[in-house]
Design a binder for this molecule. Structure first.
Ligand code: NDP
Ligand code: 8X3
Length: 255
């Protein structure tokens, strides 16, 4: 079969949808698009149908049995996955650790950590058997650099980064590649989700800046996965030109 089979989690919006559009531009690709919301997946399937074979699966990545079932029951033409894009994820809230809603922490751990674990574990054996494949994990600058309110979100993304590196150790001697992308601030539905539908607060994150776009990340995924087979991009961090690090925060007593 010509073309590649690409399994994308979180394909209903943002980076995942943009990556689907990017891969659909290459002739002969087969896309497996997954997310919890069916409606945007159907729309994307219709949009891309002229260029790529698209199979959609409504899927919550934090549901282990559902992930296993989805991967084990893929139609024949979509079975041999060349690229797994572990992209589904979210941040919820920006409160300090002593005030957060514990359910939000659970949801982030279940989605950002367990979702990546489950998809990887069920896709990887086929890649190892075929001695071919590429796992691209979407981490974040939040996994490398702390910020107030980043508490568990940053922790989940640090997991994604280190998991990616550890996978490379386990896969040494195979031709299965693993890459980790760490984007900074990018304008997608991310902040709307983080602030639970508060559009004003979400817009405030990007106000007066030129943030990264979903297309920037899709270009990066595409570049990483189109390197010669002997080249493994391990970790790639990118930010908007309007974002950088701050100095250490220092608390001073008022005298
Ligand atoms: P969006 O909110 O635009 O997209 C997130 C995607 O994840 C949606 O398709 C959503 O689909 C899906 N998703 C969320 N929870 C689940 C779940 N339990 N099961 C399956 N799919 C799920 O955000 P982005 O595109 O910006 O985010 C994509 C990834 O990039 C995330 O991992 C995020 O943490 C990371 N990231 C984002 C940055 C940013 O500034 N935007 C920067 C760095 C990293 P649905 O709701 O339909 O399930
Ligand atoms: C998203 C980037 O800085 O909002 O992962 O955490 S940030």
């Amino acid at each position: 079969m010509s073309g590649k089979t690409i399994f994308i989690t979180g394909a209903s919006a943002g980076f995942g949808a943009a990556s689907a559009r990017m891969f659909a531009k290459e002739k002969g690709n087969r896309l497996i698009l997954t997310a919890r919301r069916t409606e945007p997946l159907l729309k994307l399937q219709e949009e891309l149908a002229a260029n790529a074979e698209v199979h959609i699966i409504p899927l919550d990545v934090s549901d282990r049995e559902a992930v296993q079932g989805a991967i084990e029951s893929l139609p024949e033409r979509f079975r041999c996955i060349d690229i797994l894009l572990n992209n589904a994820g979210l941040a919820l809230g920006l409160e300090p650790a002593h005030q957060v809603d514990l359910d939000d922490w659970d949801t982030m751990v279940d989605t950002n950590i367990k979702g990546v674990m489950y998809c990887t574990r069920f896709v990887l054996p086929g890649m190892v058997d075929r001695n071919h494949g590429h796992i691209v994990n979407i981490s974040s600058t939040a996994g490398a650099w702390p910020y107030p309110g980043g508490n568990v979100y940053g922790g989940t993304k640090a997991f994604v980064t280190q998991f990616s590196r550890n996978l490379r150790c386990d896969l040494l001697g195979t031709r299965v590649r693993v890459s980790c992308i760490q984007p900074g601030m990018a304008e997608t539905e991310f902040s709307k989700v983080r602030f639970k539908g508060n559009d004003e607060q979400a817009a405030g994150v990007y106000r007066g800046t030129e943030p990264l776009t979903a297309e920037d990340i899709a270009e990066t995924v595409h570049w990483i996965t189109n390197q010669p087979p002997h080249v493994n991009v391990n970790t790639l961090e990118l930010m908007s030109i309007d974002q950088a690090w701050g100095p250490f925060a220092i608390h001073r007593e008022q005298k």
